[in-house]
Design a protein around this ligand. Structure first.
Ligand code: PLP
Length: 368
C-alpha cells in the first residue's frame, strides 16, 4: 500500500527516511543485539542515546548553559499542572494570555493551584488573532502564553515583554519550526508528537533558578522539575524509544539546515497554501494575516448556509482521503478543514493538496 500525505495535527507525519532507519535498527540497534525498546534505561547502550538527544536539542535550539533540558512523560497537558505547581512563588498569582483551546485548558488547570489573571485574550473575535501586548507587568510569579495555537491556527509573531516576570510558553506545535530565542523564556515545553517524533515524550527546557524544592506538601514527586533535573530525566524509566526517535528527527532537522532550514521550508509551504486560499473565491482563511500559523492552516468554504457548508466540508475530507490526503478535518470544536504542515510534511504534499483543492472547488462550486 502507498503511504499517504498525513495532515494530522498530531501525532503527525515523520520523515520517511527516519522511519526506515528505525525499521533497519528495530531488531538490533548498533552492535547491541537488541532493540532500543528492550534496553535498560540505565545501560551503557541507552546512555549515549539520551545524551545525544539532549545535546542535539541544545545545539539546534541554541539553549543557554543555565537551562536544563528534560525528557518527561504525561504529554504537554501534564505541564499545565506542573507549571503552576513548580513556579508558584511569593505572589501566588500568574498572568495568562488566552489565545484558544490549549491556553484555556492551561488556565483551568492552573486555577487549581494558583490565582490566575487573564491579562489579554482574543476570545472576542473567536481567537482569530494574537493580541498585541505592550508589556505584561504586575506581581506575578510567571506569565504564560501558547506560542502556536494548533486548533485555531494562530501564532505569536513576537515575544511579549514581561520584564522580570518569568515567561512560560507552550511550544508543542511549533518547536523547531523556526528559530526561537530560548533566553527570552524561563520555561518552554512541547509534546514531541507534532514536530519532534512519536507521542510519549515531552520536552521541557527550564532555567536553573526556577528549579527548586516545592513548598506544596502535596506535591507529587513525579511532577516536580527538581526530581527530573537532579536525575537527568532518569529518575524513573523514561520513554526510551520515543527519545531515540526524537534524537533521529533532530539529526534530520540538522541535516536539513537546522531551525533556519526548517523556517525556510515551512514558509515556502505555508505561503503556497495561504496564497492559494486567499486567491480563491471558494475557500477562505478565518485567521488575520499577521497572526497566521506556519504549522496549522485552518480553512473554510465560502458556502454561507451552515448545514450545507457542514456537508461540503465533510465531503472535502472524505474525497481528499480517496486521493491519499488524510486527516484534513478541522478540530471537532471548530469544524471546516485544517491542514497541519509540520516540519516533516514535504512540499510535494502541499502541492498535491492544492491541486486537490482546485479540483474539488471546480466540481463543487458554480462560480470557481
Ligand atoms: C497537542 C497540544 C497539546 C496537548 O498535548 P498532549 O501531549 O496531548 O498533552 C498542548 N498544547 C498544544 C499547543 C498542543 O498543540
Amino acid at each position: 500500500m502507498n503511504r499517504v500525505y498525513n495532515f494530522s495535527a498530531g501525532p503527525a507525519c515523520l520523515p520517511e527516511e527516519i522511519l526506515k532507519e528505525c525499521e533497519r535498527e528495530m531488531l538490533c540497534f548498533s552492535n547491541t543485539g537488541q532493540s532500543v525498546m528492550e534496553m535498560s534505561h540505565r545501560s551503557k547502550d541507552f546512555k549515549p542515546i539520551i545524551e545525544d538527544a539532549e545535546s542535539m536539542v541544545r545545539k539546534l535550539m541554541n539553549v543557554p548553559k543555565n537551562y536544563k533540558v528534560l525528557f518527561l512523560q504525561g504529554g504537554a497537558s501534564t505541564q499545565f499542572a506542573c507549571v503552576p505547581l513548580n513556579l508558584k512563588g511569593k505572589h501566588g498569582n500568574a498572568a495568562y494570555v488566552n489565545t484558544g483551546v490549549w491556553s484555556k485548558k492551561a488556565i483551568a488547570e492552573a486555577k487549581k493551584y494558583i490565582r490566575t489573571d487573564v491579562v489579554a485574550s482574543s476570545e472576542d473575535k473567536n481567537f482569530s488573532y494574537i493580541p498585541k501586548i505592550e508589556k505584561i507587568a504586575g506581581d506575578y510569579d510567571y506569565a504564560y502564553i501558547c506560542l502556536n495555537n494548533t486548533i485555531k491556527g494562530t501564532k505569536w509573531n513576537y515575544i511579549p515583554d514581561t520584564g522580570n516576570i518569568p515567561l512560560v510558553a507552550d511550544i508543542s506545535s511549533c518547536i523547531l519550526s523556526e528559530p526561537l530565542d530560548v533566553s527570552k523564556f524561563a520555561l518552554i515545553f512541547a509534546g514531541a508528537q507534532k514536530n519532534l517524533g512519536p507521542a510519549g515524550v515531552t520536552l521541557v527546557i527550564i532555567r536553573d533558578d526556577l528549579i527548586k524544592e516545592c513548598s506544596a506538601d502535596f506535591m507529587p514527586t513525579m511532577l516536580s522539575y527538581k526530581t527530573h533535573a537532579d536525575e537527568n530525566s532518569l529518575y524513573n524509566t523514561p520513554p526510551c524509544y520515543s527519545i531515540y526517535v526524537v534524537g533521529k528527527v533532530l539529526h534530520w532537522i540538522e541535516k536539513n539546515g537546522g531551525a533556519d532550514g526548517m523556517k525556510k521550508r515551512n514558509e515556502e509551504k505555508a505561503k503556497l497554501l495561504y496564497d492559494y486560499i486567499d486567491n480563491s473565491s471558494f475557500y477562505f482563511s478565518p485567521i488575520e494575516k499577521d497572526s497566521r500559523s506556519l504549522m496549522n492552516v485552518p480553512f473554510l468554504t465560502s458556502e454561507g448556509d451552515e448545514a450545507k457548508a457542514d456537508a461540503l466540508h465533510k465531503k472535502f475530507v472524505k474525497d481528499a482521503e480517496l486521493h491519499g490526503l488524510v486527516n484534513l478535518a478541522g478540530h471537532r470544536t471548530v469544524g471546516g478543514m485544517r491542514a497541519s504542515i509540520y516540519n516533516a510534511m514535504p512540499l510535494d504534499g502541499v502541492k498535491k493538496l492544492i491541486e486537490f483543492m482546485g479540483n474539488f472547488a471546480k466540481e463543487n462550486a458554480c462560480n470557481e
